[in-house]
Design a protein around this ligand. Structure first.
Ligand code: FAD
Ligand code: NAD
Length: 466
């Protein structure tokens, strides 16, 4: 055993929650140590947000090329495009490499001590790090920040291995399957299912609920489902998965009437949710309070043990990178002596399907549940000039505002490229904007953002383009 290291803030996990906390704490002069067992950047940079968006982009470009080859409406002439998936994966890996290298450089520049190895909790102030082939290293701290993230949920009757893969393997395919069955029509299933379809793979999605993206309201998920069908993705809704068939080349499913069928598949992507990573590093020794599978935290991300903190996916829903980062930054500032609480007006959620979906703040049903008298108005992209020039006139922007003082409570949007509108939405909520503020702001023309202004105008009873 080597000598015990002493630090002020010890962070376990170098994903977006952990590395942001480390950078901010070090900026504020806190002696900070970060332990990462795998690769800096965590799920998000290595096997999540970034590689999935890279693959989605490549698939969209390929799909466009194929469309131009089939239909010359835009006057673009392309002949028989093909995809070299190994090169696509290399390109994606290059982006990941640049970003994770950037994280390492930022940690170094700010003076964070990074230890590579798997941490094992000894007590609320001591952790042991297991280096590959080396002696264990003990680290003693004043504050312990847990940021170990999450792992994918497995189906016990269809374990990962062989042709049954998780998002991680689906993001680095060596070859493309002929037919992919996706189990789970949520974020991962639909983002990656759509990408695979656009790469030319036959795709079927099996979803237990009655619609895809069941966590969003039906008006938002309907255009996504319609486009999946248009792309040729088969949707098996309200179906339960029973397992692989004996030959291993099909997925047995049961329909809502109890009838069993087998869906042919030479690859199966299981995407049925993620669970906080609480096991395998002796966390149980701390006997921290839990909230379901997650660690229970207060509005400063304090756990039930003094000076032990938890952020990101480990602290439960919503399991989103930007939430992990915001919590990490906050904890770093509290440890450095600042007064902070985690009370965002809203945490935006974006699903990078085709069309994209954005949800920020309250939707009409949630406002109604809270007994708030609301104005709700939508503006369709079919009436937006920019959307037409992008050949993307499906979808809409919807605003929810209080009837009494017109304060905006929420935005929802579905359409091509609406992920970028999420910033305008969340700004308006954080700044306590009213419908009049958005309606009275000059929005540049022609942009998709004009639909945001028009939705606010419509809620006030004077939309100009519908
Ligand atoms: P993680 O990023 O999971 O990082 C935890 C780190 O801790 C890991 O690097 C792990 O190796 C390390 N670790 C764990 N245990 C130990 C230990 N004992 N010792 C040392 N190190 C340890 N979110 C979005 O906001 N937008 C998206 O577009 C998006 N797309 C996604 C796509 C996919 C396919 C997936 C799987 C997820 C996606 N997410 C997305 C979710 C996002 O990746 C997570 O919310 C985010 O990574 C959580 O950050 P974190 O810091 O809490 O944990
Ligand atoms: P998810 O919760 O988004 O979707 C899982 C889906 O699987 C649900 O629709 C559920 O009804 C369905 N399901 C569950 N068990 C099933 C079964 N046995 N058979 C058929 N369907 C079943 O989970 P995910 O897609 O695995 O993603 C995990 C998390 O990762 C997300 O919740 C999100 O926090 C994060 N993520 C975010 C983004 C983004 O922000 N764009 C992208 C990917 C992942």
């Amino acid at each position: 055993m080597s000598e015990t290291l002493n630090t002020q803030l010890l962070i376990v996990g170098g994903g977006p929650g952990g590395y942001i906390a480390a950078i901010r704490a070090a900026q504020l002069g806190v002696k900070t140590t970060l332990i990462e067992g795998d690769r800096l950047g965590g799920t998000c940079l290595n096997i999540g947000c970034i590689p999935s968006k890279a693959l989605i982009h490549a698939a969209e470009e390929f799909e466009k090329a194929r469309q131009h080859a089939e239909d010359g409406a835009l006057g673009i002439r392309v002949q028989s495009p093909s995809i070299d998936i190994e090169q696509t994966v290399r390109w994606k890996d290059g982006i990941v490499g640049k970003l994770t290298g950037g994280v390492a450089a930022l940690l170094k520049k700010n003076g964070v001590q990074v230890i590579k190895g798997w941490a094992r909790i000894l007590d609320g102030k001591t952790v042991e790090v297991q280096h590959e082939g080396g002696d264990p290293q003990r680290v003693h701290c004043e504050h312990l920040l847990l940021a170990t993230g999450s792992r994918s949920v497995d189906l016990p009757f269809m374990p990962l291995g062989g042709n049954v893969v998780s998002a991680t393997e689906a993001l680095s395919p060596k070859t493309l399957p002929k037919r992919l069955v996706v189990v789970g029509g949520g974020y991962i299933g639909l983002e990656l299912g759509t990408a695979y379809r656009k790469l030319g793979v036959e795709v079927a999605v099996v979803e237990a609920q009655e619609r895809v993206l069941p966590s969003y309201d039906a008006e938002l998920s309907a255009p996504v489902a319609a486009n999946l069908r248009r792309l040729g993705v088969e949707l098996y809704l309200r179906h339960s998965v029973l397992g692989l068939n004996d030959a291993g080349d099909g997925v047995r499913v049961r329909d809502p009437d109890g009838k069993e069928t087998t869906l042919a598949a030479d690859r199966v992507l299981v995407a049925v949710g993620r669970r906080p990573r609480t096991e395998g590093f002796n966390l149980e020794a701390l006997m921290l309070d839990k909230a379901g599978h997650a660690l229970k935290v207060d509005d400063q991300c304090r756990t039930s043990m003094r000076d032990v903190w938890a952020i990101g996916d480990l602290a439960g829903e919503p399991m989103l990178a930007h939430r992990a980062m915001a919590q990490g930054e906050m904890v770093a500032e509290i440890v450095a002596g600042k007064k902070r609480h985690f009370q965002p007006a809203a945490i935006p959620a974006v699903c990078f399907t085709d069309p994209e979906v954005v949800v920020v703040g309250l939707d009409p049903a949630q406002a109604q549940e809270r007994g708030i008298d609301c104005k709700v108005a939508s503006f369709p992209f079919s009436a937006n000039g920019r959307a037409m020039t992008l050949d993307a006139n499906e979808g809409f922007v919807r605003v929810v505002a209080r009837s009494d003082d017109h304060r905006i409570l929420g935005w929802q949007a579905v359409g091509k490229g609406v992920s970028e509108l999420s910033i305008a939405f969340v700004h308006s909520l954080e700044m306590g904007a009213r419908l009049e503020d958005i309606a009275g702001t000059i929005h540049p023309h022609p942009t998709l953002g004009e639909a945001v202004q028009e939705a606010a105008m419509r809620a006030l009873g004077h939309a100009l383009h519908v």
